[in-house]
Design a protein around this ligand. Structure first.
Ligand SMILES: NC(=O)c1ccc[n+]([C@@H]2O[C@H](COP(=O)([O-])OP(=O)(O)OC[C@H]3O[C@@H](n4cnc5c(N)ncnc54)[C@H](OP(=O)(O)O)[C@@H]3O)[C@@H](O)[C@H]2O)c1
Length: 324
C-alpha cells in the first residue's frame, strides 16, 4: 500500500480507501463485510469511509463492528452528515444542532470515541456557513473529530468556508470528496487546481463508476446476476449516470486497453484517478473480498504517457481548465 497526506494536513491516508455506500450494512452480509474490511486492512488500507445516512445508520454500525478488531490509531475513519436521518425539521442539513447530534450518533454507531474526518455530505444553503464552520471547530475542540472536510462542494464554497475559518482562527476544511472517474472528469476543470493551490486533499468516490469501468457490462446485454446493475435497490444512480450503450461501449474498449497492459480494467481505472496529485485516496466500493484483492494491485500501476493519451481520447476531460 502507499499513503498520501490528506492535502496539507499531517494525517496520511492509504491511496485506496474502502467505502460503505450500498455495500457494507446493506447489500453485503456481515460475514462478507468482515472479509472485505479485514482483507483491505491486511493489504494496508487505513482509510474507511462511511456516512450517517448510508442505510440510515446501518453502514456505520456494521463497519464499526469490523473496525473494532484493529488498533484505533491504525485507522483513519471518515463519516458524513447532511442527508435526512428522520422526518423532523432538524433531521438533516448542516446546522450546529444537527451536526452536534449526528456526530454523537455516528460515534455511538461506529463504536469509537472520535472520528478522524467529519464531512459535510453536501452543501446546505439554508444554514449560514459561519454556523457550520463554527460547529466543526466546536466538535474538534471537544475531541469528537480531528479533521473536517466537505463532499461535492464547489471550489468557491470551500474557499468561503476556509476564509471564515481563517478569520476566526478555526480549523479549515482539509478535504473534499468529489465524484471522479474516467466517465466523470469534471473536478479537473476547477476543483482540483483550486485544491492543489489551497492544500485540500481529495478523497474521490465512485472511481469505478459503480462498476461500469470494470468492463463487466456490455451494451445491449442484461447485467450479470449478483452485480450492482442487476439490483434495483442499488442501481438507480448508476443507471441515471452511466447506463447508456455509448458509455458501455467505451467501457469495453477501456477494458481492452487494460488487458493490453496485462491489467484488470478496475486496476487501470483506479490507477488513473491516482495519477493526479490532488487525489489523496480513491474510495472504492467492494461487494466481495476478491474485488479488494484485484483492485489493490492498482497501487503499483504507473500509466505510460501514450496510454494516458489514448484514455484522454476515449474519455475526454473538461474543455476548459484553470491554470494553477
Ligand atoms: N460522498 C458521496 O456523496 C458519495 C457517493 C457515492 C459513494 N461515496 C463513497 O465512495 C465509496 C465508493 O463508491 P462506489 O461504490 O460508487 O464506488 P465504485 O468503486 O465506483 O463501485 C463499486 C462497485 O463496483 C463493483 N466492483 C468493485 N471492484 C470490482 C472488481 N474488481 N470487479 C468487478 N466489479 C467490481 C462492485 O459492485 P458489484 O460487485 O455489486 O457489481 C462495487 O460495489 C462508497 O462506498 C462511499 O463510501 C460517496
Amino acid at each position: 500500500m502507499k499513503y498520501r497526506q490528506l492535502g496539507a494536513a499531517g494525517v496520511k491516508v492509504s491511496v485506496l480507501g474502502v467505502g460503505s455506500y450500498l455495500t457494507i450494512g446493506m447489500s453485503v452480509d456481515e460475514a462478507a463485510a468482515r472479509e472485505i474490511v479485514r482483507r483491505a486492512y491486511d493489504l494496508g488500507v487505513n482509510f474507511f469511509d462511511t456516512a450517517n445516512a448510508y442505510n440510515r445508520g446501518e453502514a456505520e454500525k456494521v463497519l464499526g463492528r469490523q473496525l473494532a478488531d484493529f488498533p484505533r490509531e491504525s485507522l483513519v475513519i471518515a463519516t458524513k452528515a447532511w442527508a435526512p436521518m428522520g422526518d423532523g425539521p432538524n433531521d438533516a442539513g448542516l446546522s450546529a444542532k444537527h451536526l452536534f447530534e449526528q456526530c454523537h450518533a455516528s460515534l455511538r454507531r461506529l463504536g469509537v470515541d472520535y472520528v478522524d474526518l467529519y464531512q459535510c455530505h453536501r452543501p446546505d444553503a439554508r444554514t449560514p456557513l459561519e454556523e457550520t464552520v463554527r460547529a466543526m471547530e466546536d466538535l474538534a475542540r471537544s475531541g469528537k473529530i480531528l479533521y473536517w472536510g466537505t463532499s461535492e462542494w464547489p471550489a468557491w464554497l470551500i474557499a468561503r468556508a476556509n476564509a471564515i475559518a481563517d478569520r476566526n482562527h478555526f480549523r479549515p476544511a482539509v478535504s473534499n470528496q468529489p465524484r471522479y472517474n474516467l466517465l466523470y472528469r469534471q473536478p479537473e476543470a476547477e476543483l482540483f487546481p483550486f485544491c492543489r493551490h489551497e492544500g485540500i486533499g481529495n478523497v474521490v468516490f465512485s472511481p469505478l463508476a459503480h462498476g461500469v469501468l470494470t468492463g463487466k457490462y456490455g451494451p445491449g446485454e442484461a447485467p450479470p446476476e449478483g452485480t450492482r446493475a442487476a439490483d434495483p435497490d442499488q442501481n438507480a444512480v448508476m443507471m441515471g449516470m452511466y447506463w447508456t450503450d455509448e458509455k458501455l461501449v467505451r467501457a469495453r474498449q477501456f477494458k481492452g486497453i487494460a488487458e493490453e497492459m496485462g491489467l484488470a480494467a478496475s486496476q487501470l481505472a483506479l490507477a488513473w484517478t491516482l495519477r493526479r496529485p490532488e487525489v489523496a485516496s480513491a474510495i472504492m466500493g467492494a461487494s466481495r473480498a476478491s474485488q479488494v484483492d484485484e483492485n489493490a494491485a492498482a497501487v503499483e500501476v504507473e500509466i505510460p504517457d501514450d496510454v494516458l493519451e489514448r484514455l484522454d481520447a476515449l474519455f475526454p476531460g473538461p474543455a476548459e481548465t484553470y491554470p494553477l
